[in-house]
Design a binder for this molecule. Structure first.
Ligand SMILES: *Cc1c(COP(=O)(O)O)cnc(C)c1O
Length: 397
């Protein structure tokens, strides 16, 4: 029986049929079950910061697994304390506190509860942006600005209002009854959509004026991806809280809510937690991943490589490509026609993994370790994929 047949038989139909069955990876490349290698410019959706099977990752997982994997929150461990300290230092936003979980959506659930603790019934409103993506569990889904994802699961937790991603819309919406504003520095899932210039700075002013928390979802943009440790750092602001996941674990599931200043004091003992959150295995691996990003200068490298990647895309000279969006190594390639899915398949046929983030945008999120060889290979394969498309009709896949 083929893997497709087994997938179709045994895996819940909540998931779409995958593109291939992958078997192993090395650096920026993965191999499928038939032995074909692909250049991976998606990195598990901005997760595999160090690529695949990086020795630092492998060593951290095996050493910590052999020492102490899990203990519950009845006990503290050194990796947990070290990671909290590290995240606060890298955020560079002054004093704060960290609450660990296992995924992005869980980090946003914690952030949602944090928002509720800001003002309680006096602040029933929570603002989030249209087209925002914050996760799939009920609280995070309520924050997600894509009605089609929410509707089948209504009623949602109450109080969330979605506003357009413009400074004017925020000015019009915010008042003393708003507990928090949730915002992504770049809307990854929406199709690598940039915020309007000055948005985060103005959002900081307005939320501060009205006593609302500014909560920045750094789940896709964090851990060096954008050429800063966190996306908000491009704007030179200090948010009240950020949520982090994806790249911080390099492939090991982990997430965190990091709150700063007064917002870090809102939770009291017993109000939130999860069995696995902050366990020594996950936190040791995250320490190793973030430590290697720091040691190898991969944040600056992401900034530089992001510029090169944009130049390469601009140089492809294809009538289908209209331009790029995003920050650092989170790159959206805009298309003149809604052919992103076709292009993704064409790239796959050329041995290149990219993602159709929306019908007219290809998302590139290579491992932060991607170097000149990978960029050249990308240029070659993506160019050939575009060429394939140019010679086929819109309605063929
Ligand atoms: C991926 C993502 C999430 C959800 O994270 P999961 O680990 O998939 O639950 C939330 N917010 C943003 C911005 C994301 O990119």
């Amino acid at each position: 029986m083929s893997w497709q047949e087994r997938f179709d038989r045994d895996i819940m139909h909540a998931l779409a049929m995958p593109l291939a069955e992958l078997e192993r990876g090395q650096g920026c490349r993965v191999r499928d079950a038939e032995g074909r290698w692909y250049l991976d410019f998606l990195a598990g959706i901005a997760v595999n910061s160090l690529g695949h099977a990086h020795p630092v990752f492998v060593e951290a997982v095996s050493t910590q697994a052999a020492r102490l994997a899990h203990v519950s929150n009845y006990f503290a461990t050194a990796p947990q304390l070290e990671l909290a300290e590290r995240l606060l230092r890298l955020a560079g936003a002054g004093s704060g506190r960290v609450l660990f979980g296992n995924s992005g959506t869980e980090a946003n659930e914690a952030a949602f509860k944090l928002a509720r603790l800001n003002g309680g019934e006096a602040r029933p409103r929570i603002l989030a942006l249209e087209n925002a993506f914050h996760g799939r569990t009920m609280g995070a889904l309520a924050l997600t600005g894509k009605p089609a994802m929410r509707t089948p699961f209504e009623p949602m937790p109450g109080g969330v209002e979605h506003i357009p991603a413009t400074i004017e819309a925020l000015e019009a919406a915010i008042d003393e009854r708003v507990a928090a504003l949730f915002v992504e520095p770049v809307q990854g899932e929406a199709g690598v959509v940039d915020l309007p210039a000055g948005y985060l700075a103005r959002a900081r002013e307005l939320t501060e004026q009205h006593g609302a928390l500014l909560i920045v979802d750094e789940i896709q943009t964090g851990a060096g991806r954008t050429g800063e440790w966190f996306g908000f750092q491009h704007a030179g602001i200090r948010p009240d809280a950020i949520t982090v996941a994806k790249g911080m674990g390099g492939g090991f599931p982990i997430g965190a809510l990091v709150a700063f200043g007064d917002a870090a004091e809102l939770f009291t003992a017993g109000q939130h937690g999860t069995t696995y959150g902050g366990n020594p295995l996950a936190t040791a691996v995250s320490n190793a991943v973030l430590g290697e990003i720091e040691r190898a200068g991969l944040v600056e490298h992401a900034a530089r490589t992001g510029i090169r990647l944009r130049e390469i895309v601009a140089g492809l000279d294809s009538p289908l490509v209209t331009g790029t969006s995003g920050l650092g190594l989170l790159v959206g390639v805009g298309l003149a026609e809604p052919r992103a899915v076709e292009l993704m398949h064409a790239a796959l046929a050329e041995g290149l993994i990219v993602n159709a983030a929306n019908p007219s945008t290809i998302r590139l999120a290579p491992p932060l370790i991607a170097g000149d060889a990978e960029l050249e290979e990308f240029a070659d394969r993506f160019g050939r994929a575009l060429h394939r498309l140019a010679s086929t009709r819109t309605d063929t896949v």
